[in-house]
Ligand binder design. Structure first.
Ligand SMILES: NC(=O)c1ccc[n+]([C@@H]2O[C@H](COP(=O)([O-])OP(=O)(O)OC[C@H]3O[C@@H](n4cnc5c(N)ncnc54)[C@H](O)[C@@H]3O)[C@@H](O)[C@H]2O)c1
Length: 258
């Protein structure tokens, strides 16, 4: 038995790191995991936001910490994961919810924008998975966050750089599932459709835009971040023991319907 599993046996609580935990899907995931009995570390470039999420988790019991992290910066990710695991005493689960979006039309996308999407969404996801794998016990579980934009090639709000980066997350997740299976680690991804978080709030002020995109899904609605968080928590749980390298499309039937 590994040291961290011995720790887990002593405390009885699984331990999770969530990146992007200051806001939206990441914040909801942190709280959902705390509700399910996890100790957690909230990693985000927005430290006050991460502290607020850790504070919400604390009201549900257990031990929780916020750690400043820029997922696009290798040194920052290495230091943050080491600090988080040192606080938690081990690691069984990790969700990569940190991400940025862009809706610049194809002809206007700059290389700087394209690069930034990939630095945060692809390299940030890769670094988080690599560092988690270095600290994770056998039987550990990871969930990345892609998007229907990665499956469809965008096409909802004009998102060439974003869609390409989420396609990268989909491929990277399958690669990690293969690479880490020998370590007993499962890796899956979730592909949310429109989800009402600060990332989407501005675009949803345009009522016509919102109605157009909602009407493309079978359920004809926008998800709450808590709905996505519960799907992530499932993929991180032992209930998903046979699931690895999979994409859970959580979009109210948008990709299916299209
Ligand atoms: N909201 C949607 O409709 C939707 C749909 C599909 C996929 N997603 C994806 O879900 C994930 C979460 O998005 P959200 O909607 O919750 O957005 P959000 O903006 O509410 O949250 C994103 C979080 O990531 C953090 N972050 C950004 N850059 C970072 C960096 N370099 N290092 C560390 N943290 C960083 C932000 O501070 C923020 O807390 C993203 O990957 C997004 O692409 C969102």
């Amino acid at each position: 038995m590994t040291e961290s599993l011995q720790d887990l046996a002593q405390t009885g609580r699984p331990r999770a790191i969530v990146t992007g935990a200051a806001s939206g899907i990441g914040a909801a995931t942190l709280v959902e995991l705390a509700r399910r009995g996890y100790d957690t570390a909230a990693l985000d470039i927005n430290l006050p936001g991460a502290e607020a999420s850790a504070g919400r988790a604390m009201t549900l019991g257990g031990r929780h910490v916020a750690v400043h992290t820029d997922v696009a910066d290798e040194a920052s990710v290495v230091v943050a994961f080491a600090a988080a695991v040192s606080f938690l005493g081990g690691l069984e689960a990790m969700a990569t919810c940190a991400g940025v979006a862009d809706s610049t039309p194809f002809m206007d996308v700059s290389v700087a924008t394209f690069r930034r999407m990939h630095e945060v969404n692809v390299i940030g996801t890769f670094l988080s998975m690599r560092e988690a794998a270095r600290h994770m016990a056998d039987g550990g579980r990871m969930c990345t966050v892609a998007s229907v934009a990665g499956l469809r090639g965008g096409g909802l709000m004009g998102t060439a750089a974003y869609a390409a980066s989420k396609g990268g997350v989909l491929a990277l997740t399958k690669n990690a599932a293969r690479a880490l299976a020998d370590k007993g680690i499962s890796v899956n991804t979730i592909a949310p459709g429109a989800t009402l978080t600060p990332m989407l709030a501005e675009a949803w002020k345009n009522e016509e835009n919102r109605r157009r995109i909602e009407s493309m899904s079978a359920q004809k609605r926008t998800a709450d971040p808590e709905e996505i968080a519960r799907s992530i928590a499932f993929l991180l749980s032992p209930d998903a023991s046979i699931v690895t390298g999979a994409t859970l499309v959580a979009d109210g039937g948008l990709v299916m319907h299209y």
